[in-house]
Design a protein around this ligand. Sequence first.
Ligand code: FAD
Ligand code: 2HG
Ligand code: ZN
Length: 482
Amino acid sequence: MMRGGAATPLQQLVAQFGSEVIVTEAAQLAAVSVDHRRLYAGKALALALPRDTSEVSRLLALCNALRIGVVPQGGNTSYCGGSAPDESGTQLVLSLRRLNKIRNVEPINNAMVVEAGCILADVQRAATNAGRFFPLSLGAEGSCQIGGNLATNAGGVNVVRYGMARDLVLGLEVVLADGRVLSTLNALRKDNTGYDLRHLFIGAEGTLGVITAATLKLFPAPHSVAAAFIAVPTPSAAVALLGRLRERCGDLVSSFELIPQVAIDLVVRHLPGTRAPLAGSSPWYVLAEITSAIADEPLAERLEAARADALESNLASDAAIAQSERERQDFWHLREHIPEGQRRDGASLKHDVSLPLDRLAEFIDRAGGWVRDHVPEGFLVCYGHVGDGNLHFNINQSAVTPAAVTPSANGLLARGEEIRRAIHDLVHAFGGSFSAEHGIGRLKVGELARYAPPVELSLMRAVKRALDPNGIMNPGKVLAKD
Ligand code: FAD
Ligand code: 2HG
Ligand code: ZN
């Protein structure tokens, strides 16, 4: 307590919750104050480590009364700086890491109830152990948390068949800004009783409340699986190939990823033990996977037939079908390590965009041409979940700065704003989205303000005011501060 004066917000937090829950130790605060990409070096007031939903509830009630900004944090793997506090030293980071229980697995209901702090890989494992499948899968699954996945409405590599995180949720438990607990945790498939509130919190990136638990949908376990790594001449051939594969295999197609040669080169160069699946080189590749819940389905034969068809119609120039589980995992290892290969190669600009599938190839042509002509200090690494029309249209810093370009320590990053504008304007003109799966966070607040239709923005603000009138939930993220 301050002598002769009122207690500070931090002192009140410590007084009510104790040092077991309110951590002020400098090294721990430093670790939670920087985002995954190190774009923002924030400064936390303290780190809250609540142990259960009721503690989250009491914490938010106090923060609301004292007007303390609260930054929910899961695995802190977000690409948009959403889970880091600002530089003011006034925001409380609220980590969900102690809320990590699988509360219930219900095979008959094809559902499970998990706490927000469960690591995604643990959720997948629990489903598998119950003879079921939880399909959300992404490169950060060993460290991101299900609460963070839902708060960002994460995508990943199985969206083409199972949808985004939003599509995998039956119910939510959320602590509102004033501490009240909203619980819709049930395994009902049908429940048309008024507004479906859960969807407000999914994708809200912690700006409307704290997700503390969720009822997730489970699916039949995929007992048969086959994967192919296919060399394709162009993105347009990749899109046509997706159509053919769907005609042959229907909704057995669970992943369809586009990978350029340059991405394979980065992974092979920087990650020891990796190798290209096909001899020779092709400008583009597709990693396609089909799965079935029926055991011993001859899926490799289906892919063989698709391969013959693709080669004959010049949609592909070569293809390898995984001959073992090990080989299939090698394909995925290569794909999932593209971000790491990019990171090890140097600085990069990331654009997580989506396009209508029928304009995706044209977009790559146009935007790729623009990068070649206007960004001599960088090179394009464009890959992604092409089955969903989602491209990671990334640009890496070239090792050697061309003589025509003024040398600077970080030539590419210095032009980030201008390059982003050109690419996002083009995406907009193509009817696409400037944020397909990574969200808005802090990084893209200006982009949302620029591209969202005014009616949409004003409704978002109205929802924010209704649920968080004092603006304590993740201030400065998604919507600019009023
Ligand atoms: P955090 O980064 O901690 O938080 C993200 C946002 O959610 C923040 O705004 C935070 O305040 C909020 N939040 C976190 N937990 C809660 C909660 N319980 N309640 C309310 N708000 C909360 N993303 C994809 O969509 N697809 C991919 O394929 C993909 N691949 C990736 C690969 C790598 C190698 C990496 C590093 C990241 C990848 N991402 C991908 C981005 C990231 O992993 C996802 O956005 C993930 O869903 C974030 O989860 P998290 O637990 O790390 O959340
Ligand atoms: C992926 O699909 C992730 O690998 C990361 O969404 C994309 O690093 C990126 O740009
Ligand atoms: Zn992705």
